[in-house]
Design a protein around this ligand. Sequence first.
Ligand SMILES: Nc1nc2c(ncn2[C@@H]2O[C@H](COP(=O)(O)OP(=O)(O)OP(=O)(O)O)[C@@H](O)[C@H]2O)c(=O)[nH]1
Ligand SMILES: [Mg+2]
Length: 374
Amino acid sequence: MLKFWKKKPTETASATTEDAQEPQVDTKADVVAAESHPQDLPVALTEAPASDEQAAAAETAVAVSAEAPAKRSWRERLAGNSFARGLGTLFVRNPKLDDDLLDELETTLITADVGVEASTALVEALRKRMHKREFADAPALLDALRQALVALLQPVEKPLQVSGKQPFVVLVVGINGAGKTTTIGKLARRWSDEKHAVMLAAGDTFRAAAVEQLKTWGERNKVPVISQGQDADAASVIFDALQAARSRGADVLIADTAGRLHTQGGLMDELGKIARVLKKIDADAPHEVLMVIDGTTGQNAVNQVRQFREIVGVTGLVVTKLDGTAKGGVVFALAREFGLPIRFVGLGESATDLRTFDAQAYVDGLLPASLGRD
Ligand SMILES: Nc1nc2c(ncn2[C@@H]2O[C@H](COP(=O)(O)OP(=O)(O)OP(=O)(O)O)[C@@H](O)[C@H]2O)c(=O)[nH]1
Ligand SMILES: [Mg+2]
């Protein structure tokens, strides 16, 4: 564990623009209240105090997560999804194996956000096998469906390894409200627990409370946050953060960015700029462009990934809010459409509610209890 990790950080680094040739780190021992300064003032390496309200919220969240059972099962967390409900209803009375049942199954999958193409492919493969009399009854058909669903997800079950580069730079992108900042907080917790020295970069300089939100997560997890004021240049913040992370020997730097839509040209260009300035320090950075997707957005998620991938070369996905009303099927649609690694899934709001994606656990969590295997 590095020394600076333990003490309260008091160092500042100077703001740097994309054009800077030589990155500068000013190590004056002043703590700068970032939000009170305009964008051209120094970056604060800070565990700055958040408001009382935020601190209280953070404490409550920590307390809640500490009290919660260490690991609730995937099924418990995925219980609200309509995937299980749809299949449960369809197979409740061990129905007759016929084409009508398969048509209904296809509709159920499409309704659960699996997407038309993936649903049709899954059902047609089952139909062929049914006509060859491979299934004795409905449970046998469902077991085959289970296996086909797992097979669809297994290629994208590729956990993210943050070793091998130092610092390993993770750029987190996605549309507004997808769960980026929360996911960063959870990742900070996870990687700190795994004894990596983590730093965060407050690259969302667009939304008023974004920097404070990230700082609260930083405090909770005792992880330094590099920030400038609101409206600062995001690329400059993240550039300085990488310099700071390098000079302090951090293992992982996770950069937050503002939520954006593909229609917001300026903001989309900013992502390209962020990636470009990082390469001035490390030609391979960012080592992971992690796109966060709200699991409740359904098929729209497919379009989102397509658009972000064009602009910034997404290398991994996180699907959040699968504990809520998400239908759960979008994960299959994404796997089939892009084959991009699904690194994690968000199964709740607290620090420990991020799971490494596990194809089998996910499928069994989605299927009705009588059908899945825990
Ligand atoms: N139930 C549930 N809620 C989540 C999950 N992940 C994030 N949230 C909630 O989603 C809301 C938005 O999360 P943020 O992390 O602020 O999303 P963001 O993408 O950073 O949003 P912007 O910065 O505004 O673009 C918050 O209320 C989070 O608590 C999850 O896995 N499950
Ligand atoms: Mg955010």
